[in-house]
Design a protein around this ligand. Structure first.
Ligand code: PMP
Length: 407
């Protein structure tokens, strides 16, 4: 198993570069993943040989690009097991997907006094759009809290849901704590009260097999760049009957059926939600990223990354001054930690000089930091191209950094 994953590194050109003359150790995968050669090559190949704006073009290149884009949509649909391509909206990322739902679902279904539930461990992009919606509609935002090890207080959900609850938006995996949330249970509870659920899959889709039909979620969103695809790509999966009832998010080309001076009628799904020239070449490359990881096998990825997570967690125990923030038993390959009397960014800056890329700060999840009463954390996050040897290098580097900072 380990051998397969070490060989995989050669598929990622950036992993063989050095930083300050040290081999790059890239532990910032929760922020964005590196790209395999097939993704980079697909982009170059398309711009070199096939580029033309998609839809309604009568010429060869436009037709080729259109078909390739729709094939990419089909790949995404199969990957998440949506029942139809109509339910797969192409966006520029998780943030745009959530904003789309918050606006459009909000227009259709949210009125004054209605309630929306999010959790306290959401990334700002699954928090602020709902806050904005609540301000716009005079609705109420309710927050599901988590316990000291970073698990959602699921029992509280029963009390939070009322007849006024219109939607629950919750993350599948926390980017700052690593917790894998029991979304199946959350969906079951919500549906027993007829409340739809949006799942933020930004930190799950690259680690865990997602089957939207089996989950029975109403919306599932993710970003292409976190699943080894290009930046500026993303997906909104939504159940057809809900999407049909929601008004368009943006107006422009392609989302229309007919435009007259007096009135516009709208295109069918998924195009109703895809105004303007989409990021089609990057979406085609995203489909290549998906095919690439499917070949490795998402379950193999999950198992190997869990080994990395367990090993790194164990090694961090060598530091009595380190506290791991987020110790849920079910975690994805993310470790956030704080160090007594040391500011996280000091660690980040010093360790960078040793070629190690990790992230420090609030990770766009300030309510989590407020709950723990800390300024932020140091976060290492793994991908399947990381190795045990890199974890050893990181531990040695961390020892040196902490010695320097304590002098
Ligand atoms: N949700 C979670 C859980 C995330 O980790 C992120 C990215 N850090 C986002 C949403 C936002 O993703 P993007 O910036 O790609 O839109």
């Amino acid at each position: 198993m380990k051998k397969i994953f070490e060989d995989i590194r050669k598929d990622f050109p950036i992993l063989s570069r050095t930083i300050y003359n040290k081999p790059l150790v890239y532990f910032d995968n929760a922020a964005t993943t590196q790209k395999p050669k097939i993704v980079i090559d697909t982009i170059a190949e398309f711009y070199s040989n096939y580029n033309a704006n998609i839809h309604r073009g009568v010429h060869y290149l436009s037709d080729y690009s259109t078909q390739a884009t729709e094939k990419a949509r089909e790949v995404i649909k199969n990957f998440i097991n949506a029942s139809s391509v109509k339910e797969v909206i192409l966006t520029k990322g998780t943030t745009e997907s959530i904003n789309l739902v918050a606006f459009s679902f909000g227009e259709a279904f949210i009125n004054e006094g209605d309630e929306i539930i999010v959790s306290k461990m959401e990334h700002h992009s699954n928090f602020v759009p709902w806050q904005l919606l609540c301000q716009r509609k005079k609705a109420v935002l309710k927050v599901l809290n988590f316990n000291s090890i970073g698990e959602l207080n699921i029992d509280e959900l029963y009390k939070l849901i009322t007849v006024k609850t219109k939607i629950i938006a919750v993350t599948h995996v926390s980017n700052a704590l690593g917790t894998i949330n029991p979304i199946e249970k959350i969906i079951e509870i919500a549906h027993s009260r007829n409340v739809p659920v949006l799942i933020d899959g930004a930190q799950a889709i690259q680690h865990i097999k997602v089957d939207v039909q089996k989950l029975n979620c109403d919306f599932y969103v993710f970003s292409g760049h976190k699943i080894y695809g290009p930046t500026g790509t993303g997906v909104l999966y939504g159940k057809k009957d809900l999407l049909e009832k929601m008004p368009p998010y943006q107006g422009g080309g392609e989302m229309i059926s007919k435009v007259t001076v007096e009135k516009t009628t709208f295109n069918v799904l998924p195009y109703k939600f895809e105004a303007g020239t989409p990021n089609y070449i990057d979406t085609i490359a995203l489909a290549e990223a998906i095919k690439y990881i499917e070949k490795i096998g998402i379950d193999n990825i999950y198992n190997y990354e869990t080994e990395l997570l367990n090993y790194a967690t164990e090694r961090l125990k060598e530091f009595p001054e380190i506290k791991i923030i987020g110790q849920a038993p079910k975690k994805s390959a993310v470790i956030s930690f704080s160090v007594d009397n040391v500011h996280p960014s000091d660690i980040g800056i010093l360790i960078d000089k040793m070629g190690i890329a990790l992230r420090t700060g609030t990770h766009c999840a300030e309510p989590i930091m407020q709950e723990f009463n800390i300024p932020g954390t140091v976060r290492v996050s793994f991908a399947f191209y990381n190795t045990f040897k890199e974890i050893d290098l990181f531990i040695e580097a961390l020892k040196k950094v902490l010695l320097m900072l304590k002098k």
